[in-house]
Design a protein around this ligand. Structure first.
Ligand code: PLP
Length: 285
């Protein structure tokens, strides 16, 4: 695997970062994961814009221009075989040579890029997404700034592990009012009373690019009713379908929640339709 580190492309095993880097010490950084299928990215500019908003929110100067970010992504794709892969971009607040909480002055950010495994394109019946995923639910114990795509993912990792330990694929999270926020590594949609519904964005949720592309493409196509509003845990429990979305799985159906079948326990018809609409539109983003 070839990675990018501070302007240089090199084999992953040769890439070295100091343990005094604030990314390592504090999880002090921002990241993105962008899907790419056979060399075609999905939502590249949307991902760059979100990364810039995140860097701005935590006070790190964006180290590269849009053109340079695009070039890094392109190089990583080409140097790693141009298959179906996620491009991982990561910017930390750098290394000032000692551990201090306050931001250092004049220290360049550390810029790292690599590639990740993602579900292949397009989804086919024998692949995981078509079989459907299983999820548990949990009270969301993360922090108050989940709209920032921070590299400090301990809360997400602990929630993911909760589900994983129980043999599940995801952990769907709800807040103190028993309203869905998102899942440990994805956004959530439900289908209820014939409507596709997803929680409104706020500081408890990452504004997912897959979520955005799905909403936009469903609205543009026009045949399904789509709403962003509060979604309660109780609604999720009696939903006909549940989907999770992220850049690695795209739109994946959840067929079991808390040990109970979602709807008839099979991958839903609305999911199949939504997936077709999404697949037809996603490379336009
Ligand atoms: N929510 C969380 C907590 C995530 O980690 C992710 C993706 O990793 C998402 C939502 C979905 O975001 P995107 O569709 O941009 O991948």
């Amino acid at each position: 695997m070839i990675v990018y580190l501070n302007g240089v492309y090199l084999p992953a095993e040769e890439a070295k970062i100091s343990p005094l880097d604030r990314g390592f010490l504090f999880g002090d950084g921002i990241y993105e994961a962008i899907p790419s299928y056979g060399g075609r990215t999905v939502g590249m500019q949307l991902h760059i814009e979100r990364m810039k908003r995140g860097l701005d929110a935590i006070g790190i100067d964006n180290p590269l221009t849009d053109q340079e970010w695009n070039a890094v992504a392109r190089e990583l794709i080409e140097r790693n075989g141009s298959g179906d892969l996620g491009i991982y971009l990561h910017v930390s607040r750098g290394n000032e040579g000692r551990r201090m909480h306050r931001f250092p002055e004049g220290v360049p950010p550390t810029v790292f890029g690599t590639v990740l495994e993602i579900s292949p394109h397009p989804p086919t019946p024998d692949r995981q997404t078509k079989k459907g995923l299983r999820a548990i639910t949990a009270k969301d114990h993360r922090w108050d700034l989940c709209h920032i795509k921070s590299t400090a993912l301990l809360g997400n990792v602990l929630h993911f592990q909760q589900g994983y330990k129980a043999g599940m694929d995801e952990t769907i999270l709800y807040n103190h009012s028993k309203e869905l926020t998102e899942a440990s590594s994805s956004n959530v949609f439900i289908v209820i009373n014939g409507e596709v519904v997803t929680p409104l964005l706020d500081n408890q949720k990452l504004p997912g690019i897959s979520r955005h592309i799905l909403l936009e493409s469903l609205r543009a196509e026009g045949s399904l009713s789509v709403t962003e509003r509060v979604v309660t845990l109780e609604e999720a429990r009696r939903a006909d379908e549940i989907w999770i979305t992220n850049s690695s799985k795209q739109i994946a159906p959840v067929v079991e929640l808390e040990g109970q079948a979602v709807g008839d326990g099979k991958v839903g018809k609305i999911w199949e339709k939504a997936m077709r609409i999404y697949e037809a539109a996603k490379f336009d983003f």
